[in-house]
Each structure stands twice: as C-alpha cells, then as structure tokens.
Design a protein. Structure first.
Length: 98
C-alpha cells in the first residue's frame, strides 16, 4: 500500500507574492531508495510514483481522492503567516522603545 503526503506548499523564497500557496498538493512517499547510475553517476530509482504530483483546490478533495484510491495518507497543516500592520510613521513615534 502506498503512502501519500497532503500539504499546502510554502511560497518559494524568490517569490514576493502568494502564488501556488492556496492549493493543496498530494505527493507519494518514496517507495525505494535512489541509487547512483554506475556510468553517468545520476541518481535514479524504479519508483515512478515519485514523479506524480496532484494539485487540489481544497484539503477535503485531496483526502477524498486518497480514500477513493485506498491510499494511506497524512495531512500536514500549513503554518499561517502572522501579518503585523505597521506604518512608516511608527519608526519616529515618541513612544517607540529605543
């Protein structure tokens, strides 16, 4: 039986926006270890599920798919970003701790 991981990926460090952070991703866990090719030295394995990435709009859709396909799954909840609203004038406020 295959195991899958359901999560909402974090944004790339090179992104300033929130693109691709609202959808949920279903990825298969590696079934076998990667080995180095003796001729070229590239890493590879016979596990083709490692290449499969399925995107879903909601977490419930991803869970329903995993249950329908009889896959063991684990859900990793995202860490929500804390936004602190600030104004430029706060840098010069009299009450600012120096």
């Amino acid at each position: 039986m295959s195991t899958v991981r359901i999560y909402r990926p974090a944004r790339n460090a090179m992104q300033s926006g929130r693109g691709n952070t609202t959808r949920w991703l279903l990825e298969y866990d590696p079934a076998e270890q990667q080995t180095a090719d003796p001729l070229m030295g590239w890493a590879g394995s016979g596990d083709t599920n490692r290449q499969v990435k399925l995107w879903f709009e909601t977490k419930d859709e991803a869970i329903a798919f995993a249950q329908k396909e009889s896959l063991a799954y684990r859900v990793e909840e995202p860490h929500e970003r804390v936004v602190r609203v600030k104004a430029y004038a706060d840098n010069f406020a009299f009450t600012r701790i120096r």
